[in-house]
Design a protein around this ligand. Structure first.
Ligand code: AMP
Length: 420
């Protein structure tokens, strides 16, 4: 049989990488908890309507990228392409839209989009995201943006850039779409084939198209000039708060974020080191979405960060403290196979005390075991058990870095390892 391979755009994460993932996730959970967020885990698979009703029929995530299929009962289901719609579905289903107050959720996990795989674009990728329900305050937007940058800094990232825009409220939307159509309809011939279609069903997206022709004709359009007075004041308060927090940002008049559900504030963080797919994460306010998905009218704001891109941007930074702490500390070797059961018991006893331990379980000479130990615990200890050691209740301890050996009582052993 031809060996099977992972599907294009999906990857296995092997231990040398998964320790970096764990470290990122641990830091994120600590920071999110500090800001008062609690984890929500929603299913990876949802009724397709969860996404079609929320993201908009014209959103490319829905039209081109959603893994959509009929299940055995003939229902139309989708692998989740993003987290917000799922969290809103759960929020409403639980009745939280009726309880009032502030709800802060975070989520972490895989998302699926059928895109052409390339660097920074996977078909299965991972996001950490947050959603805050129940506040319309511009300062809530600022705090969410602060949290996004706090996470990036907590992961050791520097040199990222925050872009901010206002895309207006529901009332502004019709007017804005009309104005964009009006401004661009005489330039149709200059637009790329995708944007020709967008002119009809999704004109906002033309503003962030990367094709030079589309950029040229839309260059003069500034969304900020089209939003209402109240949306402008909201934006100004967000901007003011960010300045007070010493968070530098740029106003990007073409930042639209592609999905129907955003209102008012939209933001994105890019990292210049990432190449063409340079967005680390983004988000915005979505004051209409809960109601649109069948709940009460609840304002909300959130963001999602792509973890593959975080890891790409952070590559080159050395092992984190967490990774070092997770490295095994001892390798228990036995002089002859007869001592293997005792070696196994010693390793187990040490693990019970919080020491990370490997143990040799194979019939092989001590020399080979020590070679193995120098690979697996290069800065730790080999603990050698022979007939004599067992008879005297001691262990021969070899520091792998220096090769120095000493005999210690079992009772002294733990102190020695932990001091290290
Ligand atoms: P979005 O939901 O499209 O705004 O995406 C939020 C973040 O998720 C982006 O800024 C990326 O970091 C990440 N992301 C989105 N799509 C992909 C993908 N196909 N592969 C890897 N990361 C992605």
């Amino acid at each position: 049989m031809v060996p099977l391979k992972a599907l294009g755009g999906t990857s296995d994460i092997f231990p040398e990488e998964s320790s970096r993932w764990q470290s990122i996730e641990k830091t994120a959970r600590e920071i999110l908890t500090l800001y008062g967020y609690q984890e929500i885990r929603t299913p990876l698979i949802e009724e397709a309507a969860v996404f079609t009703s929320s993201l908009g029929d014209a959103a490319e995530i829905v039209t081109k990228q959603m893994y959509l299929f009929q299940d055995r009962g003939g229902r139309s289901v989708a692998l989740r392409p993003e987290g917000t719609a799922c969290v809103v579905r759960a929020f409403i289903e639980r009745g939280l839209d009726k309880t009032g107050g502030l709800t802060r959720f975070y989520y972490l996990g895989p998302m699926f989009r059928a895109e052409r795989p390339q660097a920074g674009r996977r078909r299965q990728f991972h996001q950490i995201g947050v959603e805050v329900f129940g506040s319309a305050s511009p300062y809530q937007d600022a705090e969410v943006i602060l949290l996004l940058t706090r996470l990036l800094k907590g992961w050791g990232l520097e040199g990222f850039q925050l872009n901010l825009n206002s895309i207006g409220c529901k009332e502004d939307r019709t007017k804005i779409l009309h104005k964009i159509r009006e401004a661009l309809s005489s330039w149709q011939a200059e637009l790329c084939p995708d944007c020709k279609g967008r002119l009809g069903n999704n004109p906002l997206r033309i503003l962030d198209c990367k094709e030079p022709g589309c950029q040229k004709v839309s260059a003069g359009i500034d969304l900020f000039e089209m939003v209402c007075e109240s949306c402008r004041r909201h934006f100004d308060s967000v901007a003011e708060a960010l300045k007070g927090l010493h968070l530098p940002f740029e106003r990007d008049p073409h930042l639209v974020r592609g999905l129907d559900y955003y209102t008012r504030t939209a933001f994105e963080v890019i990292h210049p080191g990432l190449g063409a797919q340079n967005a680390l994460g983004g988000g915005g306010r979505y004051d209409e979405l809960v109601e649109r998905m069948g709940g009460a009218s609840v304002p909300a704001v959130g963001f999602a960060i792509g973890l593959e891109r975080v890891l790409m941007a952070a590559s080159g930074s050395g092992p984190t403290g967490e990774e070092r702490r997770q490295a095994p500390q001892v390798f228990v070797a036995s002089v002859s196979p007869a001592q293997i059961p005792e070696a196994l018991a010693l390793a187990e006893e040490l693990r019970g005390q919080g020491v990370r331990a490997f143990v040799n379980l194979e019939e092989r000479p001590l020399k080979r075991q020590l070679e193995q130990a120098s690979k697996s615990v290069p800065s730790g200890f080999a603990l050698i058990l022979g007939e004599d050691e067992i008879a005297q209740g001691v262990v021969t301890v070899r520091a792998m870095k220096t090769g120095q050996q000493e005999q210690l009582n079992r009772s002294e052993l733990l102190g020695k390892i932990l001091r290290k």
